[in-house]
Design a protein around this ligand. Structure first.
Ligand code: CMX
Length: 388
């Protein structure tokens, strides 16, 4: 024991702080640095932006990028797994139409698990990843009352194409929607081991619940406004601004701060520069929709907000984060209801959380897996009592 490295001195001040900064484990899929943001299996995200979602899923599960042959074989494998059992639509058509799309997503994943579970961590994770595009598209169709399920080619198309075919799109927007959704997925797939949804998913899986139960729980964690729902708030914020005039945007930002409200799309807990995931999405926007009204607003915000925010020395990073641009791009390609935006985040994260669950259950501790989670809580405000 003497040569064991001390990673952190835990003091009373650490109690009731949400495990913030307390070492818990190791992560084989990703880490985050202050200057380059998230890295997947060692690669900085800016180098991965143009890969297909399937290649990044391969990376997260195999810890190396696929060769061209491996890439084709993996895409074909995911396509074959993509068919969703018909029982799913029976459940979706009974859900309350005004329920939040994240609740639909969680119920949908749980339902897929009730219909088909193999009890093999990797198989279930890959099956769920393969079925997500159809589930996502069907949530739109049934929640919006856009009619019944439609048949799509489940054997040869990519993950993103199967979503686009299911949700339906104006043909002139198809190529743009495929590009925006594809990049969105790549940028959001993983973000270290300790973010709330990933931690929740791994923690549920540690009790040997199924992958489906673990990831449905992770989606519930992601749905909160302090976690995944920030991207919905960001686009709502952009729509509220409604002008790209620099002076007016600056005034808006100052008013928000004066009222004690956050300036959405700016700031970060780890990064000290603009999030490379924001930089990548701005570049796509400049290419596909430079004159889009929402894009013009975020272009101005990107210039003005850091200037205003840096007047407050408490704010460690006044620059744009990942959520600033994703909503404007999704809106531009016809996905105009921001209440759905967190479901895209969830869709992407199924890959990272699934890969981390597989690692924790089948690889770590020489393949024995991490035991059931059981952090320590001290008694407070209680004394020993007996029934008289
Ligand atoms: N608008 C207003 N105030 C902000 C701010 C912003 N964009 N960014 C930081 N601050 C405030 C914090 O609330 C904090 O105030 P208190 O000391 O009064 O609590 C202070 O500045 C210091 O914060 P920090 O150390 O720089 O950053 P935190 O780690 O506390 O918070 C974050 C990070 C993302 C929650 C925060 O920047 C924020 O609320 N941003 C706006 C919401 C948003 O865009 N969320 C999406 C995050 C995307 C991501 O995490 O990738």
């Amino acid at each position: 024991m003497d040569d064991e490295k001390v990673l952190c001195e835990v003091t009373e001040n650490h109690l009731n702080t949400g495990l913030r900064g307390i070492p818990v484990g190791t992560c084989r899929t990703s880490f985050v640095t202050p200057t380059e943001g998230v890295h997947y299996c060692g690669y900085p995200i800016k180098e991965l932006v143009d890969f297909s979602p399937e290649d990044i899923i391969y990376l997260l599960f195999n810890k190396e990028l696929p060769t061209s042959d491996q890439s084709s074989a993996f895409k074909a494998d995911l396509a074959v797994r993509g068919h969703v059992p018909s029982g799913l639509t029976n459940v979706l058509q009974t859900l309350p139409k005004d329920g939040h799309p994240m609740d639909w997503l969680s119920v949908g994943i749980q339902t897929l698990g009730m219909l088909e579970t193999t009890d093999n961590w990797r198989e279930d994770s890959l099956n769920l990843i393969a079925r997500m595009p159809r589930l996502m598209g069907l949530i739109f169709r049934y929640r919006e009352g856009r009619g019944e399920d439609i048949a799509v080619d489940d054997t040869s198309k990519s993950l993103v194409q199967r979503f686009v075919d299911t949700v339906g799109v104006d043909e002139h927007l198809r190529a743009k929607m495929e590009r925006v959704v594809s990049t969105y997925l790549v940028l959001h797939m993983d973000h270290g081991g300790g973010n709330l949804s990933t931690f929740t998913g791994k923690s549920i899986a540690s009790g040997k619940a199924t992958v489906y139960s673990a990831i449905a729980g992770a989606m519930n964690a992601l749905s909160g406004p302090l976690h995944g729902r920030a991207n919905q708030s960001c686009l709502e914020f952009v729509l509220k601004i409604g002008t790209s005039d620099e002076a007016e945007v600056e005034q808006f930002v100052r008013n928000e701060l004066k009222e004690g409200r956050p300036v959405f799309g700016f700031g970060h807990a780890v990064l000290s520069v603009e999030d490379p995931r924001a930089t990548a999405q701005f570049a796509i926007g400049e290419e596909i929709c430079p004159d889009d009204e929402n894009f013009k607003v975020i272009r101005t915000l990107r210039k003005v907000a850091p200037m205003v925010l840096s007047e407050n020395k408490k704010i460690r990073n006044p620059n744009a984060n990942v959520d600033i641009a994703s909503g404007a791009l999704l809106y531009h390609v016809g996905l105009t209801d921001p209440t759905y935006y967190t479901t895209f985040f969830g869709w992407a994260r199924v890959a990272g959380i699934g890969a981390q669950i597989v690692d924790e259950r089948t690889v770590l501790r020489s393949g024995k897996g991490v035991p059931i989670y059981r952090p320590k809580y001290f008694a407070e405000g209680q004394e020993l009592r007996h029934i008289e």
